[in-house]
Design a protein around this ligand. Sequence first.
Ligand code: MN
Length: 128
Amino acid sequence: MAKPTVLVVEDNEVNRELVEELLGMAGHTVVACTTGEEAMAWLAEHRPDLILMDINLPGEDGLTLTRAIKARPATAHIPVVALTAYAMSGDQGRILAAGCDGYISKPIDVPQFPALIARYLGARTGGT
Ligand code: MN
């Protein structure tokens, strides 16, 4: 089976490098972008298995980007998981309303992270 490809959109270098390292250790291929514009350009030609989306980005924010991804037939099926420092009350609703399939809270729980990713990748294939 091909290694799953995960697109990470995160402008914070520390978070981005942590996520890249954890995904790499889990055996995934990682593509990292720091802006929505960069992510959309990459998505025009590639189909990742999962997208991890920071909400606070320079330029277009992660929710705007998620709406655009989910509005396009070519990318609508790709699970988008928000990375958010404030997954509480109203924000949780905003994240899901924008079309995100779920969210992972920052700071990232390193021991829990691989299982969360596996769950979202599993949901994609309908497997376990
Ligand atoms: Mn950010």
